[in-house]
Design a protein around this ligand. Structure first.
Ligand SMILES: [Cu+2]
Length: 311
């Protein structure tokens, strides 16, 4: 069903969301009309016709009570189970997805591809491939919304959020910020350009910069002298970085932390927050010294290091 009420459905998620949306809408409309019609009918049919008229006393009816409790309960639980399944699928990024890094700032969207292509207010993606967005904000809260993909996720300063989609139809789709973020919030719009995979490969080639994103990350890594203490393997002053994003880390307090991009970011800006077991709190905090784009480049650099010896 798409009579222009909803935006075009151009992602795998849209195929899951739309039937749910229309079913919920149909159930709501049905019961609203039913209750409304009964209210009006009863008002007319059972109105008081005479000031002296006394209402008849009605005893309960167990069958009626059971039906009008049981039926809505079953419908509500059914919608809950259906909705949860769609929600979980929308939050679970497929492992074989292509990473794109996103920074929102007043008032633009910046995208970085692993091969190094950078775009502003435009995102080129191939059709039929799951795209995973790792997103953060340079200033205030934004929210990335692609109506045709039924994808919307807040973009927050100081932490990473993620979203994913798999576009199904080549085309150009609107991308918007849906969190009021100041003066030009309404102008914080862009386009997602979905291309056939071969055309996309061609686009990547035509726009290939001199180095991939991980090399930019490596450059940031050297510029801030991270390499004085950190390397692929455990060094004298800092723990190993190779394969970090695919494992968990034993912390000084005895707990384990999943080495997510958020963990990597926090360990750069506030190194004391989660100390790795066996190392002292000697690293200076880098809060405010790196841009969010540079931090994401560092994440991509760490991701690019081949998994070394497990420790
Ligand atoms: Cu915004």
């Amino acid at each position: 069903v798409n009579g222009g009420v909803l935006p075009p459905a151009a992602s795998s998620l849209a195929r899951d969301v739309d039937p749910l949306f229309w079913t919920v809408t149909a159930v709501i409309v049905f019961f609203a009309l039913l209750v409304g019609a009964l209210v009006v009918t009863f008002c007319i049919r059972y109105r008081r016709r005479d000031a002296a008229e006394a209402a008849p006393q009605i005893e309960g009816n167990v069958l009626f009570e059971a039906v009008w409790t049981g039926v809505p309960l079953a419908i509500a639980l059914g919608l809950f189970v259906w909705g949860s399944r769609v929600f979980v699928a929308s939050r679970r990024t497929p492992p074989e997805s292509r990473q794109v890094y996103v920074v929102g700032k007043q008032w633009m969207w910046k995208f970085q591809h692993p091969e190094g292509q950078a775009e502003i207010d435009e995102l080129h993606v191939p059709a039929g491939t799951a795209i995973s967005l790792l997103m953060t904000s340079q200033d205030v809260i934004h929210s990335l919304y692609v109506p045709a993909f039924r994808v919307k996720m807040d973009v927050l300063p100081g932490r990473y959020t993620s979203a994913w989609f798999q576009a199904t139809e080549p085309g150009v789709y609107t991308l918007a910020c849906t969190e009021y973020c100041g003066m030009s919030h309404a102008a914080m719009q862009g386009r997602v350009i979905v291309m056939e995979p071969e055309r996309y490969a061609q686009w990547l080639e035509e726009h290939r910069p001199d180095r991939p994103l991980s090399r930019s990350g490596e450059e940031v890594f050297r510029r801030f002298h991270c390499d004085a203490c950190h390397g692929a393997i455990d060094a004298e002053r800092g723990p190993a970085l190779a394969g970090l994003l695919s494992r968990s880390v034993l912390l000084a307090d005895g707990t384990r932390a999943e080495a997510t991009p958020d963990y990597v970011r926090e360990s750069i800006v506030k190194p004391g927050a989660k100390l790795v077991a066996g190392w002292g709190n000697v690293m200076p905090p880098y809060e405010g010294r790196l841009t969010e784009e540079e931090l994401l480049q560092l994440v991509e650099y760490v991701r690019s290091l081949p998994a070394g010896e497990p420790r």
